[in-house]
Design a binder for this molecule. Structure first.
Ligand SMILES: Cc1ncc(C[n+]2csc(CCOP(=O)(O)OP(=O)(O)O)c2C)c(N)n1
Ligand SMILES: [Mg+2]
Length: 371
């Protein structure tokens, strides 16, 4: 890993420039067909559409909240498509693009943000764990899971590796740093994938670190690399290499995907209160979809008919999302107490009884809290 001192510009791994030109990188040769590249474009366009629809549904009162991935599509699709079926991903709350790559149905993501489920999907069915709101905690879960893989002897070419997603703000959290220590000393097969979107709600990156985030890894004793998070090809190549190394028993690594949160932190936030619009304009020019569109077009790898078909598919997806979201069934009020713990627990039992009494105090209520 090249070591940069703080006065030098950090190296940014990039295969596709913002202008859509492909540049080889000696450390990250990319083995990819034209069809796979078109597939990546389709993923990017469809997850952007999923996100746009979800923001609109929240504005219409159909969702309680939404955390937009706008601008981070390439970081998520590139890394998500680098995963193999038997790898396990641990997301935070913004990884809708990774969820998409892991085959989680959009309506299952929406159910969580509509408040009609406590989970949404079975992690084992998708190799994609449940969303985590508590910042950084999933880094420990992922590290523990990776140590389990190691102890099961499930490494090697056909084995499994783990990837964990978190933000720039999460690098200041104790859990994340503890996970770094544990992963390092145990040589755990885990890839720490930090989407540095420059903001932690209203806190800018300068409030998190005096050194580029990827260089934190060095102090913990594992490699760190900064990749252009708006370049889907570079994200794919760098994550593939990191997962390969993890599977081969070379231990953890940190990928800092340098990107930008183009939207609000969540639909409850107003970023115009704390950041300049010039910053947004600068990042618009680095749009992850646009550069792949330019590259595919210029090199004759995709034609107008292809892009029109993707657009049409996005329209159908949007319609499906709107219909499915509105059709999501409301749970009975007491369902919230189910599956909090695997075993019965007296605190939960007491809370359920109290809540049931409260619900029963309404006229016409039934025993399950329904009306
Ligand atoms: C332990 C903990 N502290 C504080 C919060 C409140 N909180 C929610 S999101 C967030 C910012 C996280 O920023 P970052 O890690 O950069 O991720 P991003 O939202 O930018 O994807 C904070 C502080 C929380 N959810 N958990
Ligand atoms: Mg952030």
């Amino acid at each position: 890993m090249p070591v940069t001192t703080s006065h030098e510009e950090p190296e940014l791994i990039q295969l596709l420039t913002p202008e859509g030109e492909f540049k080889e990188h000696p450390d990250y040769p990319l083995d990819i067909s034209a069809e796979e590249m078109r597939g990546l474009y389709r993923d990017l366009a469809l997850v952007r559409r999923l996100d746009t629809e979800a923001v609109a549904l929240q504005r219409q009162g159909e969702l309680g909240l939404w955390a937009s991935l706008l601008g981070q599509e390439a970081a998520q699709v590139g890394s998500g498509r680098a995963l193999r079926p038997n790898d396990m991903a641990f997301p935070s709350y913004r990884e809708h693009g990774v969820a998409w790559c892991r085959g989680v149905a959009p309506k299952d993501l929406l159910a969580l943000f509509r408040g009609v489920t406590n989970g949404g999907w079975n992690p084992d069915d998708h190799g994609f764990h449940l969303y985590t709101i508590v910042i950084g905690t999933q880094a420990l879960h992922a590290t523990g899971y990776a140590m389990g893989i190691q102890r099961d002897g499930a490494l090697g070419e056909d084995g499994s590796a783990v990837i964990v997603y978190f933000g720039d703000g999460a690098t200041s959290q104790g859990d994340t740093n503890e996970a770094f220590v544990y992963a390092a000393v145990n040589n755990a097969p885990v890839v720490f994938f930090c989407q540095n979107n420059q903001w932690a709600i209203s806190e800018p990156l300068e409030r998190q670190s005096r050194v580029p985030l990827y260089r934190r890894a060095e102090g913990f004793g594992f490699p760190g690399v900064r990749v252009d998070g708006n370049d889907v090809l570079a994200c794919l190549a760098v994550t593939r290499a990191a997962l390969h190394n993890a599977r081969e028993g070379q231990g953890p690594s940190l990928i800092e995907a340098f990107t930008y949160r183009m939207g609000a932190h969540t639909t409850s936030d107003d970023p115009t209160r704390y950041r300049m619009s010039a910053e947004l304009e600068e990042w618009k020019a680095k749009d992850p979809l646009l550069r792949l569109h330019t590259f595919l077009t210029r090199n004759g790898l995709a034609d107008e008919a292809f892009f029109a078909a993707v657009e049409e598919e996005a329209g159908r997806l949007g319609e499906r999302i709107r219909t499915e979201c509105r059709a999501l069934p409301d749970p009975a009020p007491l369902d919230i107490f189910h599956e909090v713990y695997a075993e019965p627990h007296h605190h939960i039992d007491r809370q359920r009884a109290e809540f049931a009494d409260y619900l029963a105090s309404f006229e016409g209520a039934d025993a399950e809290g329904g009306r």
